[in-house]
Design a protein around this ligand. Sequence first.
Ligand code: GTR
Length: 418
Amino acid sequence: MKRITSLFFIIFSTILLAQPEANYDETRIPKFSVPDPLTSFSGRAITDTDQWEKNRKLEIYQFFEKQIYGKVPAMLDEYSFKVIEQDNNAFEGKAQRKQIAVGLKKNGRTLNFNILLYLPNGHENAPVFLGYNFHGNHTVTNDPKVIITEAWNANNDDLKISNNKATEASRGVRTNRWPITKMLEKGYGLATVYYGEIDPDKNDFSDGLHSLYYTEEQTRPRTNEWGSIAAWAFGLSRAMDYLENDTNISNVIVFGHSRLGKAALWAGVTDPRFSGVISNNSGCGGAALSKRKYGETIEHITTSFPHWFSQSFKKYSNREETLPVDQHQLLALIAPRPLYVASAIEDEWADPKGEFLSSQYASKVYELYGKKGLSLTDVHEVDKPIQRTLAYHMRAGKHDVTEYDWDQYMIWADTFAK
Ligand code: GTR
């Protein structure tokens, strides 16, 4: 009997979790029209930045806010910052290291997260990259002083994380994604936060930032309220609250890879204090067009990660044609601030071409401000970065963040952040 029950369970869960196959064939992409960033939902043409800002930008923003990422229900009651560790001679004298404890308070409940900050010595007023890491601040460097996170962590054998807890064993396991010495030598600082301290990445709303806001009977956000991406974006803004008051920092460029690239884009849209935004391989629900249905689709993403978005986003699963917006308009909401979209040619799941087209279609809005983006005649080629105010590159290789990516970001940031 036990065996029959477990057989049923296996069959049932396979049916439930079955994902449609992804399409990787350009000839099978549905015919679709790209919603024009410069024509309002009511059909009016937008011809200047004033009309864009007062009307069109707002209606696009509100759509993404309610239907896709979800609304932040309210501001916090209180927040606090405390430098809990500092060393002015970190990284062989190249950097000042600070670890800052941030406390967020709502309805008498609190959530704490730590910012790890390195600032380049010898540069008085440095630009800083702010980006989440996937497994803890201690994974981005071998620096023995970096505090190990206590928060829930996704198990990963390669990164030596088990029992959902980070330990000393995972110190420095992700240094490949964070060329900190190079950043410091080039006059950039780095601020990083473990995203799991804001909201653990699991389909469970009982913990993390969301839970601070609940009324007594509430167990999850309301229909149009925030999923995890919006919560992570909110966390980036709270880190910014500290960084903007550090007199050694000139400006902050928000960065993110993959799911954290989606969060970086939404943070860039919702918080104009970020002077630049970098989306590294953000794919579906990030920089890639949804209507192409190439690689990961809304159906895939809302099935595997139902907690990432507003519950309303599911309505568009397999009904992309009914979406009055697409992700190029998310990019356009960042204009005229510098934006870098990066893909990797083997990262087909994230649809590199969809990210390139999205960058091209967003560029209209940059042009409205007299800024340069991608033109419709630009070609999509490997390792040929196109660096304008809206910049793009497609790197050789897989879904990852590499030194090549950072080299491009720094060349580009040199043009506006210093
Ligand atoms: C994948 C997901 C992608 C991307 C990626 C990541 O499983 O389907 O949208 O976010 O995870 O974050 O590494």
